[in-house]
Design a protein around this ligand. Structure first.
Ligand code: ADP
Ligand code: ZN
Length: 607
């Protein structure tokens, strides 16, 4: 291990130790090797190219698709005393020329550039000159999965990046992504010609995220309760499926007194940018958004991600929830889910424009997600298994581990539910089916003469909510499917046959009614966890945060660029009294110690 990499980590970044594979990656790239780095969000990918760039001759070129965030990344590096700049379409010609000049004079250690800019002859010319003069330290290709056309972040410009290798074969390349699956990984290797690169694959577990799937009852009330009891002051993201629901939910939250903002692709770009900026720069803002929001949001202290609608796949769920807790502190992934979601999601996918084959893939992906929602096993384990990684289970950080779910032998109920679908002609929705099972008399029953059916009134042992649970789980398990032509009517699938014939038993989870969860073990332990993690009631914590906000405002940067929450928390717990002690807090490097050490010591002294 070269000493210097470790001293840069300590002196510049203020961290005591490398994390996970960071040390090996940094060493490998410093010695000129190519690397493909697969690490989950929050794993610490940036250091993997920043430290080698600082230790090798010349400037490190970082390709990043996220123009909106380059500024913040460069600001963060400047805070660390690292000379960095970016080139993208937001700069005017003079500013761009100035950046090129700095690069040519060897005044920059890191230069961030948008992929479309990189491929221009002008920029390639600049690279040639840099190569001849001071050298190019490395090429870092961030968000490397953008090269994959199956990924939802496909950027055609990424395809052209092989040019780097062809024109500058001696410059090491490091490609980084948080996308875990094997096909995407293979495509990155192939498209970026990284066959010779060493692969560093980290565990994709996010142990600090607590996953919970709640049965949807009254989604707004449930969300309100979740926010009040667990995140009264925190920043977080609420995901909804449609633009209209985003708007309505954001409005409603605002009326309830929350600092909530909408974000979706239908909003004016200026509104979107303004809202994103507020989310990043201020504290405690709740972003209500479609999946259009979030890629590359590297705000470290997003404390929760709530889903009011189902994500489309496990990949989507993992990526969206992964935006919580990048700083490694406790965070929540919370989802409210119900039968209506299953039906409307299936309908949406089936009625979409996509080709049949694509639809089939999408439906399979949705089924995997539904299986996850209904699962009674450890959530961390289920997620990792999906990505081909083992996990021992019993994480103590998910709903199923914290309050284990009962299952019951629902074979007979399933048979009744399925045969009711069959007898009514496979074209009715759940509400009507349940009315038949319960033997209700109403106009629709009479209209179709359903009181004559053998299944009429046979289901009185269960109540409507229980039947709804049975149907939801049968749909989720693929025994029933949603008929497009019949407006959400249910049809049997092949998989239902063995159950109807009595050849296969059905075990279902026993739903816990949301109301009964109040004061349960989960909420109590979560509250304890937040109190420990957030220190929200401690006036000193509030004072440290206020100082950070003041400094951030003065410089027009997000508060986390000054110090992360984890750094402030360590100050709160250790109460350093001297600059020397302050310098030992994780996240306080030399540059920040000089800039802010006294300011924060003063806050600590006053208490
Ligand atoms: P990624 O890009 O993989 O999502 P980042 O590079 O943004 O992750 O790092 C996530 C967080 O972890 C940041 O707050 C970063 O400062 C912190 N971090 C990274 N490496 C270390 C380390 N070795 N020790 C302590 N904190 C670290
Ligand atoms: Zn678990």
């Amino acid at each position: 291990m070269s000493r210097s990499a470790h001293s840069v980590l300590r002196d510049t970044f203020g961290y005591a130790e490398f994390r996970g594979a960071q040390r090996d990656i940094v060493e490998h790239v410093i010695s000129g090797g190519d690397a493909l780095v697969l690490m989950p969000t929050g794993g610490g990918k940036s250091l993997c190219y920043q430290i080698p760039a600082l230790l090798r001759d010349g400037v490190g070129i970082v390709v990043s698709p996220l123009i909106a965030l380059m500024q913040d990344q460069v600001d963060a590096l400047k805070q660390l005393g690292v000379s960095a700049a970016f080139l993208n379409s937001s700069l005017d010609a003079d500013a761009a020329r100035e950046v090129s000049r700095q690069a040519l004079h060897g005044e920059l250690k890191l230069l961030y550039v948008a992929p479309e800019r990189l491929m221009t002859e002008g920029f390639l010319g600049l690279l040639e000159r840099l190569q001849q003069d001071n050298g190019i330290a490395l090429f870092a290709i961030d968000e490397a999965h953008c090269v994959s056309q199956w990924g939802h972040d496909f950027r055609p410009e990424y395809r052209a990046l092989t040019v780097l290798h062809e024109r500058f074969p001696t410059v090491p390349r490091i490609a980084l992504t948080a996308t875990a699956d094997a096909p995407t990984r293979r495509e990155i290797v192939e498209r970026l010609a990284l066959e010779q690169a060493r692969q560093f694959v980290s565990s994709f577990d996010r142990p600090n995220i607590r996953y919970r799937v709640t049965l949807k009852d009254n989604a707004r009330k449930q969300l309100q309760h979740f926010l009040e009891s667990e995140h009264p002051d925190d920043a977080g993201i609420v995901y909804c499926l449609s633009r209209i629901k985003v708007e309505e939910t954001a409005d409603w939250l605002k009326q309830q007194g929350w600092d909530a903002l909408p974000y979706h692709a239908g909003l004016d770009a200026s509104v979107r940018n303004k809202n994103q900026r507020r989310f990043l720069r201020e504290e405690g803002v709740i972003m209500v958004a479609t999946v259009a929001f979030g890629m590359g949001i590297d705000k470290p202290n997003v404390r929760f991600v709530a889903h009011l609608d189902l994500p489309k796949s496990m990949e989507g769920y993992y990526q969206e929830t992964g935006r919580a807790g990048r700083d490694g502190l406790p965070a929540n992934a919370w989802m409210a889910y119900g039968l209506g979601d299953v039906v409307s999601m299936r309908q949406m996918l089936m009625s979409g424009e996509a080709a049949e084959e694509r639809k089939r893939v999408e439906l399979q992906k949705l089924d995997a997600l539904l299986g996850f929602c209904e699962s009674t096993a450890c959530r961390h384990q289920t997620i990792l298994r999906y990505f081909g990684e083992e996990h021992p289970g019993a994480c103590g950080q998910c709903d199923n581990c914290l309050s284990p779910v009962d299952t019951w032998d629902a074979t007979q109920a399933a048979q009744m539910a399925l045969s009711c679908v069959y007898r009514t002609g496979q074209r009715f929705g759940v509400v009507h089916l349940i009315d038949v099972l319960l033997g209700k008399s109403n106009a629709k029953i009479e209209q179709f003469n359903h009181q004559q059916l053998s299944t009429f009134g046979i289901g009185k042992e269960l109540v409507a909510a229980q039947w709804s649970s049975v149907y939801r789980q049968l749909v989720a398990a693929g025994l029933l499917t949603v008929d497009m032509e019949a407006y959400g009517g249910l049809r049997l699938t092949e998989a239902a046959r063995p159950v109807l014939r009595g050849e296969q038993a059905v075990w279902l989870r026993r739903d816990v009614q949301p109301a009964k969860r109040t004061g349960s073990k989960i909420e109590r332990s979560t509250r304890a966890r937040e109190a420990f993690a957030g220190a929200n009631d401690d006036p000193l914590w509030q004072a440290l945060k206020a100082k950070r906000m003041e400094l951030a405002r003065e410089q027009g940067v997000p508060p986390y660029v000054i110090f992360h929450d984890s750094t402030l928390l360590e100050m709160l717990n250790r109460k350093p009294q001297t600059l020397d002690e302050m310098g030992r807090i994780s996240g306080v490097g030399q540059s920040k110690l000089m800039r802010y050490g006294d300011d924060f010591l003063e806050v600590l002294e006053q208490r």
